[in-house]
Design a protein around this ligand. Structure first.
Ligand code: MSK
Length: 660
C-alpha cells in the first residue's frame, strides 16, 4: 500500500481522513491492525476436523504426512480451494434459486408486483433451452423456463443445460473430461463431501471437482441469475448514471440498497416516486427521496435505471460515515458485519431483509416476494421517519462522476449491427486486423490489503492505452466509474489509436460496464459469440483474452476465476495466493489446468507483472491464430464497415448454421 494512502478514490480518502480524526474505525484500519495469519493465508492451515487445526509448515509437508491425519500440504491447500469454490458457487446459485422461485411465482400470479419486462429475452432464452414456444404466451414460456432452472438445482445425473451453449469444441472437451455439472446443488454437496475428513486425498482429483463445481456457477447459477434479472427487470442497454461517495443529497432522504439480489431493490425503484411517499418525505422536512446503490445491487439498478452508485464493497462503511444515510437496506453477500456497529455512531438504520442474512443491532424487515411492494414501501417509510434524526456528524463531500453503464451482451451484439443483424463481426475483424489487440475482463472485489482501486485503475488505463478492450463488472466497474473512466469522452483520451478508432466507429466506450458479479457470465456469452462469429479460433481458449481480478477477496471471486479457467481462459488474481504454501497446488492450477482445459490460474500480486503477463498472453494467442503482429497505430487492412452485402452474407451464414 503506498505510504499514507488507503484509497485511490479521492472521496474515500477524505472520509477516511475524517474517520481517523474522529476515532471511527473502518475495514482499512482493521486490515492494518490484523495482519493475516501467514499459515492460513497461504493455504497451509487445515481446520476440517478437530484433531487440528494443523499447520502444515514442516520442511517436508509438500510430500510427507504433515497433518495429524497424515494429509500433505498439496491435499490441504487444494481441499481448501475446493471448499472456497463450493462456497462461491453456493452463493451465486442460491441467489439464482431465489430468482427462479420469484420468476415462477410471477407466472402463476402469486408475485403480483412483478412482471416479465423483457418478453424478447424470454423467447430467446426458451430457444437456447430448447423449450417449444409455439402457441404459448410469454408467461407460459417464462413458467417453463423457471421450471427448467429449478430442476437444474436438484438434478442428480446427466448435464445441466447452459454449458451446452458453450462453443462446440469446449463442450466436447468438458464431456471427455466429465466436467459438465450434473446438478448445481449436487456439485456443491459433493465438493463438501469430498473435502470432509478422510475422503478425497488426491490434489488433481480435488481440483477436477473445483472446476466442475465452478462450472455449476458460471454456466449454472450465475447465468440463471443474470438471465432471470434480464427477463424480469429488462435487459440492460447503455444508460447514464453517477458513481461516487458524493451522490448522497444533503436535503433529501438518502436510502441505500446494498447487496446482490435485485428483486427488492427493483421494487424500491418502482415505489420511490409514488406521490404518497414523496409527500411523506416532504412532510418530514426533506426535499425528496434519493435512492442510491452500493456494491453489486448498485450495479443492477445502475445498469437498468441509472440509479446513482456510492461505489463498491469498501465504500459501505464510508457511506454511513457521510452522516447522510437514513437507511441502508442490505440482503446477501459482501455485507460487512461491521455495518450495524458503524451505524451506531450515526443515525443510520441498517435494515436486513433476507432470512438468510440477519445482523445483531440491525432492524429486520423481511422481504416477501408475494408482498414485495408493501415491503419496499415499508423500507422507504422507515428511511423517511429517520430523516429527523440526522445530525451534523460525518464527512459530506459534493462530488459526482458521470458514467455510462448497461452493456449487456445483447446490446454489445446489437451495437455492432443493429436489431436484425446484431453481430460480433466488427469486433472480431478489429482484433484480426490488430486495431484491437485483445480483450481483458478486469473484474472483482476490493480488498483493504491493496490500496483501494489502485490496481484496477492502473491496469485499466494501461490496457486501453495498449488497445485492449476492457469488459468490467462488480467493484472493478465501480472503481473505473469513480475515476471518471466510464464515459466515452474521458476514456477516448486515454485509449490507443486502434481501440479509439473502433470505439468511435461502433459507438462504444473502451471500457464496457457489464454489470454485477453474477453478470460475469455475460463475458462467457460474449466470448462464446466471438468464437462462433469466426476468425478467432474455435474455442474460448483460442481467444486473445485474459481474465483478471487484481483486488479480489471473496470466495465468489475464486469460483468465478475457476469457471473462467475451466472455460479456457488465462486468469490472474492479484493480492496473494490462497495456495501459496504448496508448489504442487500452484503447478496444478497453472500448468496442470492449462494442459487439461487450456486455461490457467495464477496469483500475481504485482499489477505491473499482471499487465506484462496479460499482454504477453494476448500476443501469444494472436501468434497462434496467425493474426497480424500487434503494432500500435499500424493496422492490417483498411477498416471494413459492414455494407448491406456484407450484412446479407453474415445473415446467410447464420441461417445456414442454424439449419445445420
Ligand atoms: S460485490 S463479490 S466485493 S465484486 Fe459483487 Fe464486489 Fe466482490 Fe462483492
Amino acid at each position: 500500500m503506498s505510504e499514507g494512502h488507503k484509497s485511490a478514490d479521492n472521496i474515500a480518502e477524505k472520509i477516511l481522513a475524517w474517520a481517523g480524526e474522529a476515532g471511527k474505525e473502518t475495514a482499512f484500519d482493521r486490515a492494518e491492525k490484523l495482519k493475516a495469519c501467514p499459515v492460513g493465508h497461504s493455504g497451509a492451515c487445515c481446520k476440517i476436523c478437530f484433531m487440528g487445526p494443523c499447520r502444515l509448515v514442516g520442511k517436508n509437508a509438500e510430500t510427507e504426512a504433515a497433518g495429524v491425519c497424515g494429509a500433505t500440504l498439496p491435499v490441504v491447500s487444494t481441499r481448501n480451494l475446493l471448499r472456497n469454490v463450493a462456497a462461491g458457487t453456493a452463493a451465486h446459485s442460491d441467489h439464482a434459486r431465489d430468482m427462479a422461485a420469484t420468476l415462477k411465482a410471477v407466472t402463476t400470479g402469486e408475485a403480483k408486483d412483478f412482471q416479465v419486462k423483457d418478453p424478447g429475452k424470454v423467447m430467446s432464452t426458451a430457444q437456447k433451452l430448447g423449450i417449444d414456444t409455439q402457441d404459448k404466451d410469454v408467461n407460459q414460456v417464462a413458467g417453463e423456463i423457471a421450471d427448467t432452472y429449478l430442476s437444474w438445482f436438484g438434478q442428480q445425473t446427466g448435464e445441466i443445460g447452459y454449458p451446452l451453449s458453450a462453443p462446440k469444441k469446449r463442450v466436447e472437451l468438458w464431456r471427455k473430461l466429465g466436467l459438465i455439472p450434473r446438478g448445481i446443488d449436487r456439485e456443491v454437496v459433493e465438493a463438501m463431501h469430498r473435502t470432509n475428513m478422510g475422503v478425497d486425498q488426491d490434489p488433481t482429483n480435488l481440483l477436477h471437482q473445483a472446476m466442475r463445481t465452478s462450472l455449476a456457477d458460471g454456466w449454472g447459477g450465475s447465468m440463471i441469475g443474470t438471465d432471470i434479472s434480464d427477463m424480469m427487470f429488462g435487459t440492460p442497454s447503455p444508460i447514464k448514471g453517477k458513481v461516487s461517495l458524493g451522490v448522497f443529497k444533503k436535503n433529501e432522504v438518502n436510502l441505500v440498497v446494498h447487496g446482490h439480489e435485485p428483486s427488492l431493490a427493483e421494487m424500491i425503484v418502482e415505489v420511490i416516486d409514488e406521490p404518497e411517499l414523496v409527500d411523506y418525505a416532504k412532510k418530514s422536512g426533506a426535499e425528496g427521496i434519493n435512492l442510491v446503490g452500493m456494491c453489486c445491487t448498485a450495479n443492477e439498478v445502475l445498469m437498468r435505471h441509472g440509479i446513482s452508485s456510492a461505489g463498491g464493497f469498501l465504500n459501505q462503511e464510508l457511506g454511513i460515515m457521510t452522516g447522510l444515510v437514513e437507511a441502508m437496506m442490505v440482503d446477501v453477500q459482501c455485507i460487512m458485519p461491521s455495518l450495524a456497529q458503524a451505524a451506531k455512531s450515526f443515525h443510520t438504520k441498517v435494515i436486513t431483509t433476507s432470512p438468510k442474512g440477519k445482523m445483531i443491532d440491525a432492524l429486520h424487515i423481511e422481504y416477501d416476494e408475494h408482498h414485495a411492494k408493501d415491503t419496499a414501501r415499508n423500507i422507504v417509510r422507515t428511511a423517511i421517519d429517520n430523516y429527523k434524526n440526522r445530525t451534523s456528524e460525518g464527512e459530506r463531500i459534493d462530488e459526482e462522476t458521470d458514467v455510462v453503464a448497461g452493456f449487456s451482451h445483447e446490446y454489445i451484439k446489437y451495437m455492432q449491427g443493429g436489431k436484425y443483424r446484431g453481430s460480433f463481426r466488427p469486433l472480431n475483424d478489429a482484433i484480426m486486423a490488430g486495431r484491437i489487440r485483445g480483450v481483458v475482463g478486469l473484474v472483482g472485489c476490493n480488498n483493504p490489503h491493496v490500496m483501494q482501486d489502485s490496481a484496477f485503475n492502473f491496469l485499466v488505463e494501461e490496457f486501453i492505452r495498449n488497445d485492449v478492450l476492457v469488459v468490467a463488472t462488480g467493484c472493478g466497474a465501480a472503481s473505473y466509474g469513480k475515476a471518471g473512466l466510464l464515459t466515452p469522452e474521458t476514456a477516448f483520451e486515454k485509449a490507443g489509436p486502434g481501440l479509439k478508432e473502433v470505439c468511435e466507429a461502433i459507438g462504444i466506450p473502451p471500457i464496457l460496464h457489464l454489470g454485477s458479479c453474477v453478470d460475469n457470465t455475460r463475458i462467457l456469452t460474449v466470448a462464446t459469440e466471438m468464437v462462433e462469429e469466426g476468425g478467432l479460433g474455435d474455442d474460448i481458449s483460442d481467444l486473445p483474452a485474459v481474465g483478471i481480478a487484481p483486488e479480489w477477496m471473496s470466495e465468489k471471486a475464486l469460483a468465478i476465476g475457476v469457471y473462467f479457467v475451466a472455460s479456457g481462459m488465462y486468469v490472474m488474481f492479484g493480492v496473494g495466493s490462497p495456495v501459496a504454501a504448496s508448489k504442487t497446488a500452484q503447478n496444478l492450477i497453472s500448468e496442470g489446468w492449462e494442459k487439461a482445459v487450456g486455461g490457467k490460474l495464477e496469483f500475481v500480486p504485482d499489477p505491473q507483472k499482471i499487465l506484462e503477463n496479460a499482454l504477453a498472453h494476448i500476443d501469444k494467442k494472436r501468434d497462434a491464430l496467425k493474426l497480424k503482429k500487434y503494432e500500435p497505430g499500424k493496422f492490417a487492412a483498411e477498416r471494413v464497415l459492414l455494407d448491406m452485402a456484407a450484412r446479407r452474407e453474415i445473415d446467410k451464414k447464420r441461417i445456414e448454421a442454424a439449419k445445420a
